[in-house]
Design a protein around this ligand. Structure first.
Ligand code: SF4
Ligand code: SF4
Length: 616
């Protein structure tokens, strides 16, 4: 089977079934994108995986994981004002981090062009919220392309790159989770030899200093560029109408994945409204909207999350004296979750009951699948850490979580982490909680997050002498999003913390559970900020690497059934998913899951958990 990297680098046109995230990489190759940057986050990490499937020496562009989305945006911008088509990609909430920089882009003459790929997450499948970033683009005066499918993701990236280069600006490719992850057969174009790296920065291409009156002049230019984007959308026919013979005067305006849900649902109806599908959602093409509204008796706007299109379209209708009833969001539920076909069907049935006679999706067979709560992997060092740290905590202590695999510590049996905000927020939140508080406050922070946004909170706690214990859960990778490298590969967190003048910085391996409990106790007795680095490599990453080595032998532990008194501490306190508790109370081991690291052994008061070996 051909490797993904070879497929993506093919010279001649070809057809292939690819994921949306992978198809975007082919679009980068074809458009001559020269610099790509990112901070990992779902739903976009497969873009990085696809990039990394191309050996570095063959890759026609430079790629880096930057320390956070803001820095990634700045690196891409710097390369783009040097004349190179560039791209930055990240997840939905990453835009919050990048915003201070991204909001400036439309003011600048970005001579090489810049594409910003943002993976929004309706349904909060892997994010702490389901924020609708379309709210931001209007303020930032950025053109936004919204594909509905992997094929469109590929095509729209190329459109975004073309517009960005032509108008010397930045353009957004707005993806949502299922567009990123769906697979589709796509016809790809030719790949021409990549352009050379450029060093064309010249301040005369600017102005690049948005201060006082210059900022206003630059704003004027940004507004004019948006008008050019409207023309571009018309030329490329990005906003299209799907006419129906059975529309009965009804029309639907939609975009992105919701469009596909609408198509699915209308397969089952006798009456099929006309559909205006918007491919460019900012700025809107006012003329096509006016024509569509004026030519229908009633128009329904179907959009996931916020009522961004609805508010603009209703204002447009008002300004143009159009009296066509426009139906948008009605109840709270309309603002929440993904517009899957069943949700879309329900909405259509509420608005036009006579249209939806056969609610097929409600009748679909539903399987009763047991719930599978998220949990840490077998042998995960974080599990050992929580097991050990819990012994140092009292019931009144407040524990503050952060983003990462270690967030799962909030679940039983550990119940550590009572409040979670966003990347890197734990030390700051803990500092506020510690003020005039007799309770002790313990914050947790992952190592990738430490570099991403954790440092300012730590520096603030040192500067303002906050009384907090910080536990840095160092596993050597950005584990949760697929093991991407982070700055800890070349910069020591311990040295950095010592360099900040923090009086007490302690560290140990998390498998050394007794010592870790002791260090946390010491740290919590300390006045001011004290840090414990709880270190152990990500076992999923380590085990995967070990399995690839010749002669690998899978180890596992075994239970000495004679010694086991069924206290069940292994399942009740330690909680490795490998343990099987039988109805009669007997504990067995799932040999397929167990990696034999033995970190669970200290949890058994009877020392009934021992090492065993088995060749696989
Ligand atoms: S991916 Fe690594 S860090 Fe995350 S839960 Fe699994 S072993 Fe632990
Ligand atoms: S040895 Fe097996 S049961 Fe024990 S922690 Fe590791 S994976 Fe879990």
């Amino acid at each position: 089977m051909k490797k993904l990297g070879d497929i993506l680098m093919g010279n001649e046109p070809f057809e292939e079934i690819l994921m949306g995230n992978e198809a975007i990489v082919r679009a980068m190759v074809e458009t001559g994108t020269k610099v790509v940057t990112s901070y990992p986050g779902s739903p976009t990490p497969e873009i990085a995986a696809a990039i990394n499937s191309i050996p570095e020496e063959k890759r026609p562009f430079y790629f880096e994981f930057s320390v956070n989305e803001k820095v990634a945006s700045e690196v891409a911008f710097g390369a783009a004002v040097n004349g190179n088509l560039s791209c930055v990609f990240f997840k939905s909430v990453g835009l919050n981090v990048a915003l201070d920089t991204v909001v400036q882009f439309s003011l600048m003459n970005i001579i090489g062009g810049l594409v910003i790929v943002v993976g929004d997450d309706p349904g909060a499948n892997s994010s702490q919220n389901e924020q609708d970033n379309r709210n931001v683009y209007h303020m930032a005066r950025l053109t936004v392309f919204e594909p509905a499918s992997p094929k469109e993701a590929y095509i729209y990236y190329k459109h975004a790159a073309e517009l960005a280069k032509k108008e010397q600006t930045a353009a957004v490719l707005r993806l949502t989770t299922h567009v990123c992850h769906a697979r589709e057969k796509i016809g790809f174009d030719k790949f021409n030899p990549p352009p050379l790296f450029r060093n064309d920065f010249n301040r005369d291409n600017g102005p690049y200093i948005p201060l006082t009156s210059t900022a206003l002049e630059m704003k004027g230019k940004a507004i004019r560029k948006l008008k050019q984007a409207q023309r571009f959308a018309r030329t490329k026919q990005l906003n299209t109408i799907l006419f129906s013979d059975t529309n009965q005067g009804l029309g639907i305006i939609t975009s992105g994945l919701t469009y596909l849900s609408v198509l699915d649902v209308l397969e089952t109806t006798q009456t099929r409204p006309d559909i205006l599908k918007l491919g460019m959602i900012n700025p809107l093409d006012e003329q096509i909207l006016i024509d569509f509204l004026s030519s229908h008796k009633q128009v329904l706007i179907l959009e996931e999350l916020d009522n961004i299109l609805e508010l603009q379209i209703k204002a447009l209708a008002f300004d143009n004296g159009i009296n066509t009833p426009i139906i948008g969001k009605v109840d709270d539920d309309d603002f929440i979750g993904e517009y899957t076909p069943d949700k879309t069907l329900k909405k259509l049935g509420t608005v036009w009951p006579e249209l939806v006679l056969d609610p097929i999706y409600e009748d679909a067979e539903v399987f009763d699948v047991p719930a599978r709560p998220a949990q840490m992997c077998p042998g995960c060092g974080h599990r050992s850490a929580f097991f050990a740290i819990k012994k140092a905590l009292s019931a009144s202590d407040i524990t503050v979580a952060d983003i990462g695999c270690h967030t799962l510590g909030f679940m039983p049996p550990y119940n550590i982490g009572e409040i979670l905000m966003c990347m890197g927020a734990s030390t700051g939140v803990a500092s506020g909680l510690s003020l005039e508080n007799s309770k002790r406050v313990v914050a947790f922070l992952g190592d990738s997050t430490f570099f991403h946004a954790g440092l300012p909170g730590i520096i603030n706690a040192v500067f303002n002498r906050h009384d907090v214990t910080l536990i840095v859960m160092e596993n050597g990778t950005t584990a949760m999003t697929g093991h991407q490298d982070h700055a800890g590969k070349s910069i020591s967190i311990e040295a950095l913390l010592n360099g900040l003048g923090i009086e007490q910085v302690l560290s140990c391996d998390t498998y050394n559970q007794e010592r870790l409990t002791d260090l946390v106790r010491q740290s919590m007795a300390h006045k001011g900020l004290s840090v414990v680095i709880a270190r152990h490599p990500c076992m999923l990453k380590l085990t995967r690497a070990q399995r690839k080595k010749p002669g690998y032998v899978q180890k596992h532990i075994s239970i000495d059934q004679a010694a086991c008194t069924r206290t069940h501490d292994c399942v009740g306190q330690f909680g490795c998913p490998t343990f099987i508790r039988n109805k009669d109370g007997r504990i067995d081991i799932n040999l397929d899951l167990c990696i034999g690291d033995g970190s669970c052994r200290p949890s058994c008061p009877e020392q009934a958990v021992g090492f065993d070996k088995e060749e696989k």
